[in-house]
Design a protein around this ligand. Structure first.
Ligand code: ASP
Length: 335
């Protein structure tokens, strides 16, 4: 039986995948990705493609607000049956691919994963090498991402990230190397599948999925990393600057030095939500150690232990939760 081609929307946001090296300027954004995508004949063999430029920025310039706007745009566009957004004639897309800079890709992917309501595939991809570098990874990553977005087995898997022929979940993936094309990893868990020459192969079910369906986010959340001998100056600064939430990347299973404790207690007394995760690569934080500043001690003060999420993702999650709830107990249930 002949299969009909899927219709995929490719949304560009910027990043190295949309940059070129120039002798005088270094690697900087250029305007060629859109044209390239429209004339990329191998792409049209995989799916019917429309391309929409959301932004053309380096991903260090991406903000949580922009990520959330991207989510709203996606939910409207993918699920609308006759929407006409931004002059594109949209009938019904089967999925979307988002090109992004690698530096903050994991944060955008996770925010979308939390707030999107669509069950259709949404796949982020990027490039470690700019448009005129030798051994370009961008075009291959885009084709891989479109093939994943067009694949029947990609439905209902949440937001996925395709890099270097591997498929990762938004929740677990992170940029693990500053330069290599195999930079993206899901530490402790691994990729859930890969893009092969003839097919998209999934090897694992996704058992951990989280959603925070919210109309707005509260991006007023700080992230503080614990280091030996650290005192409370950053927590005091967060309090003084009116933070709504503070995420602390603590040691080991979620333990902190004594000097931080009084200010953490003060923050909690001021209704600032304090979430502790670990600065260690893999594993959860737990209320295990009862000494001053240990995870059990922190929980007694009202600190929320944030499971296995790394700091940047726990921060994104807290922004979404604070956009929806102002009740700490409700927020705690999501961690
Ligand atoms: N600095 C770039 C960015 O995130 C890195 C990349 O895209 O690979 O925009």
């Amino acid at each position: 039986m002949p299969t009909t081609k899927k219709r995929i929307l490719v949304i560009t946001t910027g990043g190295t995948i949309a940059m070129k090296y120039e002798k005088d300027t270094g690697v900087v954004p250029c305007n060629e990705l859109m044209e390239f995508l429209k004339s990329f004949s191998q792409l049209s063999e995989v799916a019917d493609i429309d391309v929409y430029e959301f932004s053309n920025i380096p991903s260090p310039h991406m903000t949580p607000e922009m990520m959330f706007n991207l989510a709203k745009y996606l939910d409207d566009i993918i699920e609308s049956s006759n929407g006409d957004t931004q002059s594109l004639q949209i009938s019904d897309y089967d999925g979307a691919v988002i090109t992004h800079g690698t530096d903050t890709l994991e944060e955008t992917a996770f925010l979308l994963d939390l707030v999107l309501t669509t069950r259709k595939p949404v796949v982020l991809t990027a490039a470690m090498r700019s448009g005129n570098d030798i051994g370009l990874d961008g075009p291959r990553n885009i084709i891989g991402a479109v093939r994943v977005a067009a694949h029947a087995n990609s439905i209902d898997k949440g937001v996925l990230v395709v890099m270097n022929d591997e498929i990762h979940t938004a929740r677990d993936v992170l940029k693990a190397d500053t330069g290599r094309v195999n930079s993206f990893e899901s530490p402790g868990y691994g990729a859930i599948g890969y893009v092969d020459t003839d097919d998209v192969i999934y090897h694992r079910q996704i058992l951990v999925r989280e959603n925070v369906w919210t109309d707005k986010i509260n991006s007023n959340v700080d992230l503080i990393k614990a280091t030996s001998g650290i005192d409370d100056r950053y927590i005091r600064s967060s309090i003084e600057n009116g933070a709504a939430g503070i995420v602390i990347e603590a040691f080991g299973k979620g333990n902190l030095p004594p000097n931080m404790i009084p200010s953490i207690q003060k923050a909690i007394s001021l209704n600032i939500v304090v979430v502790v995760v670990s600065r260690v690569n893999t594993g959860r934080v737990l209320p295990e150690y009862g000494y001053l500043g240990g995870g059990k001690d922190l929980e007694n003060y009202g600190v929320i232990l944030g499971g296995d999420l790394k700091g940047p993702k726990a921060r994104i999650k807290l922004m979404c939760l604070l956009g929806k709830y102002d009740d700490v107990d409700k927020i705690k249930k999501f961690f």
